[in-house]
Design a protein around this ligand. Structure first.
Ligand code: SF4
Ligand code: SF4
Ligand code: SF4
Length: 374
């Protein structure tokens, strides 16, 4: 078994921001230990040692939170040392970090540049949208500070992408948001549908997406992107690039577009392992990086049950004309299909709207990229 990514949580769910829709805060409320505190160097060592043992040609250490910068730069310097020490097989080691950008300064940027970190910065479009839900410690908006951090990353030549949570508000203002990103020259964009709280019926929160809002969002975004694509100036938008790759026979690199979950090897701060960032909950615990081999953890009963459930897709999905592209989306967004057996995506209507309106153009782009590669 080859391991490609390990997702490390250096400070568990601790954060210097308070976002109304934070999915990890919700997970913390739904488990017996809310926060596992700060990851010790010994735990970091265990995680990296075991991961390097399972690595093939390439492995990525992805640091996430909470807010991972709260663990301090020394921790990351130590991670680089350990990656080198345990890299006995000439593996290409990549590092990425997902941050809210609040604490970034020159020292952080210098470090990221030196070690070629890929930095994901969470930003919800415009000041108005961002500040609606992404609050600082005192409750105020954080847009100004985060955009200053992005400028600093640019100045230092750090590779970064912008991660935007698609809420009811960002969906409604996507034209303004895309225009702003275009004006700023942000070429790498990722849009993630906002999750509803665990166990809550979908669509009930102020920030919740409805299928209609999501469908309109995807369609508008795609049309703007398509226009830019025709001019040879389209940014990289992960979801669209994956659809085009899939139409050309490539496996999607985004797990929510695979149709079936794989075990993502999350390492919580105390060293316990989980199958996915969306399922860091007691009943999904797979083992401990201090005690168990990664192979053992990814093949245990809890891991198998997690993957098996993602295969339980409704008959409606399987019969859907868009199934080969949509694949029912992320398991965390699926709901039971009424009384029937199997799951369907809670945003199904939105996916259908998008594929009905933009599927043909996706196919044309895929065909074009095939023809230029020949
Ligand atoms: S910055 Fe991220 S981890 Fe922190 S509260 Fe917001 S969504 Fe949660
Ligand atoms: S639950 Fe979603 S994010 Fe997690 S592994 Fe499955 S598809 Fe990926
Ligand atoms: S569009 Fe709806 S029915 Fe079709 S595959 Fe996606 S979730 Fe299933």
């Amino acid at each position: 078994m080859r391991l490609y990514t390990v997702l490390i949580k250096p400070v568990s769910g601790q954060c210097n921001m308070q976002c109304d829709y934070c999915f990890y805060c919700d997970e913390m409320k739904n488990r017996s230990t809310a926060s596992y505190g700060r990851m010790s160097e010994q735990t970091l060592r265990n995680v990296i040692r075991r991961a390097m043992r399972q690595a093939g040609e390439e492995i990525c250490f992805a640091f996430q939170g909470g807010e991972p910068t709260l663990r301090g730069l020394d921790f990351y310097s130590r991670a680089i040392e350990l990656e080198k020490r345990f890299n006995t097989g000439h593996t290409r080691v990549l590092n990425s970090i997902q941050t809210n950008g609040l604490a970034l300064d020159e020292e952080w940027c210098r470090f990221f540049r030196e070690h070629d970190f890929l930095v994901g910065v969470s930003l919800d479009g415009t000041k108005r949208c961002h500040d609606t839900y992404r609050h600082g410690p005192g409750g105020g908006g954080t847009y100004r500070r985060v955009t200053e951090s992005i400028k600093l990353l640019e100045e230092f030549g750090v590779r970064f992408n912008i991660l935007t949570v698609v809420t009811a508000q960002t969906a409604e203002h996507i034209e303004e948001i895309y225009g702003e990103y275009r004006k700023n020259g942000w070429q790498y964009q990722q849009y993630i549908a906002c999750l509803d709280p665990i166990g809550a019926p979908p669509g009930q929160q102020d920030y919740s997406l409805t299928p209609e809002a999501y469908g309109r969002f995807l369609t508008k975004l795609f049309r703007m992107w398509h226009k830019d694509w025709r001019r040879g100036k389209a940014p990289y938008i992960r979801q669209f690039e994956n659809y085009i790759g899939m139409l050309n026979g490539y496996a999607p690199e985004a797990c929510e577009q695979c149709g079936v979950c794989s075990v993502q090897c999350v390492a919580e701060a105390d060293g316990s392992a989980y199958p996915c960032d969306f399922y860091v909950l007691d009943e999904y615990r797979l083992g401990d990086y201090g005690e168990n081999d990664i192979r053992q953890m990814t093949e245990c009963a809890a891991a198998k049950a997690f993957v098996r459930r993602s295969l339980n897709i409704s008959a409606e999905c399987r019969a859907c004309e868009w199934y080969s592209l949509c694949r029912c989306g992320c398991q965390r967004c699926r709901i039971r299909d009424g009384e029937k057996d199997g799951y369907i995506n809670s945003l199904c209507g939105g996916y259908r709207m998008f594929f009905d309106k933009c599927g043909r153009q996706l196919q044309e782009i895929a065909q074009y990229s095939r023809s230029v590669k020949v």
